[in-house]
Design a protein around this ligand. Structure first.
Ligand code: PHE
Length: 371
């Protein structure tokens, strides 16, 4: 057999190959398990010693020559492919920059961030609870009896099926069930109880719809549980929060007796405003001439029955709670007048009222700088 001619023939075929797939085909044809050169190597075993001495080196030279030629051709084809890719993937640096991203932070998200920032400074953690609740957490544990009008079908969205424990399932109508969950969580970790300071912002649902009511809206709950807590702590906390939130030192509050099943006593909190150019501007006493009071949120001392439902001893632990509408806080601070537009998803509204994602609210830098 003429090994030199075989080598020459193989090298010519390798040199002629134009792509990596075909080259791999040749490698298999020559050097694969069933390959022609592999076959030649196998014949060495059956040869006499003298024959092997002359033929062996020729076959090995053939194999090495083909192996080297394959490697060299492979490297050449790969670098040609890379060159072609680099040539086709050029960037024209003289083109104008792409338009700046136009996404913005929704006012509800912005206000939630502002609330977390302000209350974190007063030692409050942010807690959450499920939007799909059971009627025990949403009503019963909060001292809202079966006959209470808030339980009526026209206010509450109920699910058709009960849960595994036989409780009616619903979309929570307020963030107050998070009070119960926060207390039960603390008792689970520490059966004797421990102080709690949380805010719980989130979505709530009521079957209601007009210019100031949407079936889904946002509330923030506040809960403080400790020993010796009284109404003064509640008033100071709300005053400090509202001054920081509205970025005004002249915010004046009026506490009015009210009723909520889960607080005793209950207080409705009004904030004083002035009429400036026909618009209400928060600040100052509502009793001054040309001023008025605006209802802002509900609050009170946590009812003993609610503390007990949370697993704590009401003789030992007291607390206050409050609940405020986040959408309403946003409207008052940033001047929108129709609540429904909040949830229409119109990009023009979002562009107008939205916030720059890079403007993270901080107490030092300001908690509300419009984009
Ligand atoms: N949960 C009440 C509501 O939705 C608000 C509230 C919360 C009142 C906590 C008192 C204390 O109207």
């Amino acid at each position: 057999m003429d090994y030199a001619a075989t080598l020459e023939d193989a090298l010519a075929r390798i040199a002629a190959v134009q792509d990596l797939g075909a080259l791999e085909g040749l490698r298999v044809e020559f050097l694969g398990k069933q390959g022609s050169i592999s076959g030649l190597l196998k014949t060495l075993g059956a040869m006499s010693a003298e024959q092997r001495q002359t033929t062996g080196p020729q076959i090995h030279a053939l194999r090495e020559g083909v192996t080297a030629a394959l490697a060299e051709r492979k490297a050449a084809l790969e670098s040609a492919a890379l060159e072609a890719r680099l040539a086709s993937e050029t960037i024209d640096l003289t083109l104008p920059a792409p338009a700046a991203p136009r996404g913005s932070v929704h006012p509800v998200s912005q206000v939630m961030d502002e609330l977390a920032e302000i209350f974190a400074d007063m030692g409050f953690a942010v807690a959450t609870g499920p939007e799909i609740e059971d009627d025990w957490h949403n009503f019963t544990a909060l001292n809202i009896p079966e006959s209470h009008p808030a339980r009526a079908m026209h206010d509450t969205f109920y699910f058709p099926d009960k849960d595994a424990e036989g409780r009616a399932m619903l979309l929570r109508t307020h963030t107050s069930p998070v009070q119960i969950r926060a207390m039960l969580d603390v008792v689970k970790q520490d059966p004797g109880g421990a102080p709690i300071r949380i805010i719980a912002p989130g979505r709530v649902y009521r079957s209601d719809s007009d210019a100031t009511h949407t079936p889904m809206f946002h509330q923030v709950e506040g809960l403080v549980i400790d020993k010796g807590i009284h109404l003064g702590h509640l008033k100071w906390t709300l005053e400090t929060f509202l001054k920081a939130f509205f970025e005004r030192d002249d915010i004046v509050l009026r506490l009015r007796p009210s009723y909520f099943p889960f607080t005793e006593p209950s207080v409705e909190v009004d904030v004083g405003f002035a009429i400036v150019n026909g618009k209400r501007v928060l600040g100052g006493s509502g009793d001054a001439p040309g001023h008025g009071w605006m209802e802002l949120l509900g609050s009170g001392m946590v009812n003993r029955k609610v503390i007990a439902a949370g697993g704590l001893d009401p003789d030992e632990w007291q607390g206050f709670a409050f609940g405020a509408g986040i959408d309403r806080l946003a409207m008052l601070k940033y001047g929108m007048d129709d609540l429904r537009a909040f949830f229409d998803g119109d990009v023009r509204w979002n562009a107008h009222y939205g916030f720059n994602p890079n403007d993270v609210p901080t107490l030092s830098g300001g908690v509300g700088t419009a984009a």
